[in-house]
Design a protein around this ligand. Sequence first.
Ligand SMILES: N[C@@H](CCC(=O)N[C@@H](CS)C(=O)NCC(=O)O)C(=O)O
Length: 177
Amino acid sequence: MRVYGSATSACTHKVLMVFAEKGHEAELVEVDVLRGQDKLPEHVARMPFGEIPVLDDDGFLLYESRAIIRYLDQRLPGPSLTPDDIRLRGLMEQWISVEQSYVSGPVWDLVRAGPVYDIIRRSPAVALFPPRRTTPASPVHAPNWRARSGCWTRPWPTGRTSPVRGSPWPRSPSCRT
Ligand SMILES: N[C@@H](CCC(=O)N[C@@H](CS)C(=O)NCC(=O)O)C(=O)O
């Protein structure tokens, strides 16, 4: 199987980690986001939103990292990564949703509003498929929770203060330590 993605992309790592957990290898085809290669027609033909990663399973193309990891878990032999217990499965889905809603999405909003994305915007490839309009950076609700203790141990990916306005992250009310 082939993964169109990038060695520097967390969304790609997520997919490659599932391959590793299942004991399989994938061919990684580098699509350099910083050079706008994800906006080139050949990649947009695979992924209409012009992003990575995309899985190619013998001609069957699948995009959206969370769809891909669920597919691979069923498609590949090896230990199941999805719990049988309905409550544990509920918690798994909860954390997948939290990651999508409060981490990846807001982080990419920040990237799109920041200097790194200027490099992408200057890429000639981007003219072919303009990236999504950026929204003003809002505080990113991307705390690294200590699961289930109700205690945010690392308020922001960058440390104790918000990368946006330097605002401190409030302690969670249920934090006991
Ligand atoms: N919902 C997509 C998001 C993928 C995504 O954000 N990919 C990033 C790289 S990690 C990307 O391609 N960004 C380029 C852009 O937004 O222009 C998924 O989970 O696969």
